[in-house]
Design a protein around this ligand. Structure first.
Ligand SMILES: O=C(O)CCC(=O)C(=O)O
Length: 280
């Protein structure tokens, strides 16, 4: 800390010279995001319909279907659900979802600058799958509720989400509940939406994967996020090679953890982690 510098300023100032914290662009603001945010804060979730095109869905599915090879190891993962972990080291096809400005613009409003990706999965719910237990996504941050969300999640419908094929179910307004309140299954409603849409919910909102009583699989991509100073669920820094990180956009690099939460959380050898990309 420089002599005379106030402790408060020191904590919040971006001290980096070459790799300054990224500033949100104008595409992360606007009346649509204002309206989505209002719904999100009222209900704990918001569905944004047709955010990407059907062609984009087809392209994502064409690339990602080949990655599906395993079904879940327990009831929570879903014994009739195919899940792909470590998605970002296997394909670039879902980056456009992870860094979509309508999604990042929502989080700009309730997370500190520098919020992070926390985990990414492809989730393909097969016919015959049971309903997943209802849960919240930021419950492992053991800070009593009710509280601010410490995480947030997206589930992108790459197929149409229907009541029959396992659409994510959400318990409206459950983001405001305390630790003593548990949902009944009957309180959960399906996020019915056409392919190309996304349901965005707070880490404090109760939800789960739906039961698939249809004859087709339900293909989805999920990206979860957390506040800037929290531990991510997925260890992207170990999963992603430096070459993979070099191929990411600056926004994605920051989201996976090649970024600093001022003054120095995330440093490598006392320096900004992006500097490690200049070395082998
Ligand atoms: O697949 C879904 O619709 C939601 C899955 C989910 O919430 C989870 O696996 O944690």
């Amino acid at each position: 800390m420089a002599p005379g510098e106030k402790q408060g300023n020191y904590r919040t100032t971006d001290h980096a010279k070459t790799h300054r914290q990224l500033k949100p662009g104008p595409d992360r603001q606007g009346p649509e995001i204002d309206a989505d945010f209002e719904t999100l804060m009222r209900d704990g979730y918001v569905i944004i319909e047709n955010l990407i095109s059907k062609d984009a869905c087809r392209a994502i599915k064409a690339e990602c279907l080949d990655l599906l090879n395993k079904t879940g190891r327990n009831g929570f993962e879903g014994r009739s659900t195919q899940r792909v972990y470590n998605v970002l080291s296997k394909t670039r096809a879902t980056d456009m979802l992870a860094e979509h400005p309508r999604i990042l613009g929502l989080m700009d409003r309730f997370f500190e600058p520098g919020f992070l990706l926390s985990q990414s999965q492809i989730i393909n719910i097969l016919p015959g799958e049971n309903a997943q237990d209802l849960h919240v996504d930021d419950g492992f941050y053991r800070i009593p509720r009710p509280r601010q969300p410490l995480g947030a999640a997206t589930v992108w419908a790459i197929d149409d989400f229907t009541e029959e094929n396992g659409a994510t179910v959400i318990v409206p307004k459950s983001h405001t509940w305390g630790d003593d309140q548990m949902p009944e299954r009957s309180e959960a409603i399906p996020a019915i939406m056409p392919a190309g849409s996304v349901v965005f919910f707070l880490g404090t909102t109760w939800h789960g994967g739906g039961m698939n009583v249809s004859k087709s699989a339900r293909f989805a991509i999920t990206h979860q996020y957390c506040d800037a100073y929290l531990r991510q669920q997925e260890n992207y820094l170990l999963e992603l090679s430096k070459d993979t990180v070099r191929a990411l956009s600056p926004t994605m690099q920051a989201l996976v953890g090649y970024s600093i939460y001022p003054p120095f959380m995330g440093m490598v050898e006392g320096m900004h982690p992006l500097r490690t990309l200049d070395q082998d």
